[in-house]
Write a protein that binds this ligand. Structure first.
Ligand SMILES: *Cc1c(COP(=O)(O)O)cnc(C)c1O
Length: 365
């Protein structure tokens, strides 16, 4: 047989996720921490990995790590669930609260993974677009929720790629007026310093997503976690791949979490640099940056995809959202080291002032 029947129908309109990660001098496209885990901590990680029994299956729920996260958040073990990156937990959300005949409320422009997961699981998507300044259209969301058919929604705070926090008061109103499961995606919480954690006890329908990929320099390891109600998390456990979090990742995450205070100066530096980059961007003609509480800044500029080409031809990789819905002419730059940020700012200024030749016709092809 030299043919194969088609894959499942929901895949027909989908294109595989492509982070458009290309080699560059300044990698400012994926919101990673520019500093890798320090040498001393890496030694400790190596020591911990040496104890791992590679021939045995890992603890499926990573209970040691779970206990550490629970204790730090004043919760019990069964109110914490770890996953293979936040991305796995987002997929589990669609599996557990979505599906045929179920509905997800999406707030675009936001993280594109949410909608892709809904499509994969045959979940209907209701979009309530954000306002022109990317704030959530709060009244429209509450009105739509009052129809009573929404099974889950995700409020990203700070939102990716636009950078702003959702209002705490609004999230509380959503939690009170609806029995939909409300995931608050706090992937960038360490940079915004604001969390819905204090509301967990009052609201069974609240679940919080966090990750080790951004503030804790572990994007390469794949570790994320949920904080939520024990009964809600038990539903996630039902759909979860039992061994999705391997023993080596568990060991690395335990060491990093135990030493998370060491990341604090780096996080504060990123917050400081964020203010500097934002301020410098406002001074470049024709560039409109949007305020950010995360470790990246979205900005709008004319001919954004050409500007992207010019930046890339000079070794600066940012993320091009100019063809994404609601994000016309928008690029997103992650906050890097001071040197990387300077390279980005100089190059952008040159590109906009027309002092930059594009050496490659289109670097992306
Ligand atoms: C990065 C990110 C995540 C999780 O990323 P993982 O690397 O899979 O942990 C979740 N939500 C948003 C909005 C993100 O930007």
């Amino acid at each position: 047989m030299n043919s194969v029947r088609p894959s499942a129908p929901p895949l027909a309109g989908l294109t595989p996720y492509d982070p458009k990660y290309l080699p560059a001098d300044a990698l400012l496209s994926a919101n990673e921490n520019p500093q890798d885990v320090e040498q001393e901590l890496r030694q400790e990680i190596m020591h911990e990995i040496k104890q791992v029994r590679l021939n045995r299956y890992p603890d499926p729920l990573a209970n040691d790590l779970r206990d550490m996260i629970a204790e730090a958040n004043g919760l019990d073990r069964d109110q914490v669930l770890v996953g293979n990156g936040g991305d796995e937990l987002l997929f589990n959300l669609a599996l557990a609260w979505g599906g045929p005949g179920r509905t997800f409320l999406n707030l675009p422009p936001t993280f594109s993974v949410y909608e892709a997961n809904a499509c994969l699981t045959n979940t209907s998507v209701v979009n309530v677009p954000r306002l022109p300044d990317f704030r959530i259209d709060e009244e429209a969301v509450l009105a739509r929720l009052s129809q009573g058919d929404i099974d889950y929604l995700i409020i990203t705070s700070p939102n990716n790629p636009t950078g702003e926090l959702a209002s705490e008061e609004f999230i509380c109103r959503v939690l009170e007026t609806s029995d939909a499961l409300v995931m608050v995606d706090e992937a960038y919480f360490e940079f915004s310093r604001l969390t819905m954690r204090p509301y967990l006890a009052q609201h069974k329908n609240l679940v919080i997503l966090r990750t080790f990929s951004k503030a804790f320099s572990l994007a390469g390891v794949r570790m994320g976690y949920l904080l939520g109600d024990a009964e809600v998390l038990r539903e996630f456990v039902k759909v979860r791949q039992p061994y999705s979090v391997d023993a080596v990742s568990q060991a690395i995450a335990r060491v990093v979490y135990a030493n998370r205070a060491q990341f604090e100066p780096g996080i504060l530096k990123i917050i400081e640099e964020r203010a500097r980059v934002l301020e410098r961007l406002t001074r470049i003609p024709q560039v409109k940056p949007f305020p950010s509480d995360a470790n990246y800044v979205l900005f709008r500029t004319e001919n954004a995809s050409q500007i992207w080409d010019m930046l890339y031809s000079r070794g600066v990789l940012v993320r091009d959202f100019s063809h994404a819905p609601y994000l016309e002419n928008c690029l997103r730059v992650s906050i890097g080291t001071a040197e990387e940020n300077d390279l980005f700012l100089h190059t952008l200024r040159d590109a906009i002032m027309g002092k930059c030749d594009v050496r490659l016709p289109s670097a992306r092809q």
